[in-house]
Ligand binder design. Structure first.
Ligand SMILES: [Zn+2]
Ligand SMILES: [Zn+2]
Length: 255
């Protein structure tokens, strides 16, 4: 299995990171992208990726956009140039108008800077979008287009949004623990509508653990619960889910 979005460098794993990653491996998780949320966090993601043989992304989350430097692209490039392993993506970046931890105009500017940087470097993007669909899509229309590639991680929208991301922008949808929640029927409908060619698995560890671990600290080993739920949804085998979503992810993150 390919966990396309986790934060295994997070301090919540400091107590048992090696054991937690051993559990992931035992559960069949072969690849993990550990995702940076600000510059210091991205540095940490790269270091943990090197130490444990993982992959990492570098970027500034919309929550942290207010602290991004004015010359963000140059700073990201410096980080990449001295990185202990090469980052496989830019992100997570995007817009979060649910929490509004950063002013919205700053979130937009910091997202634009990262999309442009990813284009220059021909890197895929890992997007975070919450309650900001119209502005998010507007930036994509202006700044993002084929052959650029990316994932809308933790996708929890409806069928119309799913189709727009897939059909208009060619994005993949990152599907995690929320899919297993009882009240997520509209998400399950959306996922079924776009089909297995357009989705990848993720955990967003340590957040958003799937049932039956809901509310606990999430970890990549739990991705199997989401894969099992997807197999029920598509009335196919878990091995088929793992193979197809894994191939989507591998193609996206191919160098
Ligand atoms: Zn996110
Ligand atoms: Zn995340």
């Amino acid at each position: 299995m390919f966990d396309t979005h986790a934060h295994v460098h997070d301090a919540k794993f400091d107590v048992d990171r090696a054991a937690m990653l051993a559990r992931a491996q035992k559960a069949g998780v072969e690849r993990i992208v550990t995702v940076g949320c600000d510059l210091a966090d991205s540095r940490r993601a790269l270091e943990v990726a090197r130490e444990f043989g993982l992959q990492a992304s570098i970027g500034v989350h919309p929550h942290e956009a207010r602290d991004a430097p004015a010359d963000l692209a140059a700073v990201l490039e410096g980080l990449r140039a001295e990185a202990p392993v090469q980052p496989v993506a830019v992100g997570e970046t995007g817009l979060d108008y649910y929490y509004d931890h950063s002013p919205r105009d700053v979130q937009r500017a910091v997202m634009v800077a990262q999309v442009r940087y990813a284009r220059e470097r021909a890197l895929p993007l890992i997007f975070h979008q919450r309650d900001a669909y119209d502005d998010f899509a507007a930036i994509l229309r202006d700044e993002f287009g084929r052959p650029m590639r990316g994932i809308v991680h933790c996708f929890t929208g409806d069928e119309a949004q799913a189709r727009a991301f897939v059909d208009e922008f060619g994005l993949l949808l990152g599907i995690g623990g929320v899919l297993t929640f009882k009240n997520a029927q509209s998400l399950r409908d959306a996922v079924r509508a776009v089909g297995l060619d357009n989705i990848v698995l993720e955990t967003d560890s340590p957040y958003l653990a799937p049932e039956p671990y809901r509310g606990k600290r999430n970890e990549p080993a739990f991705i199997a619960a989401t894969a099992t739920r997807l197999a029920e949804l598509f009335q196919t085998g878990v091995a088929d889910i793992i193979a197809r979503t894994g191939a989507n992810a591998a193609a996206l993150f191919a160098p």
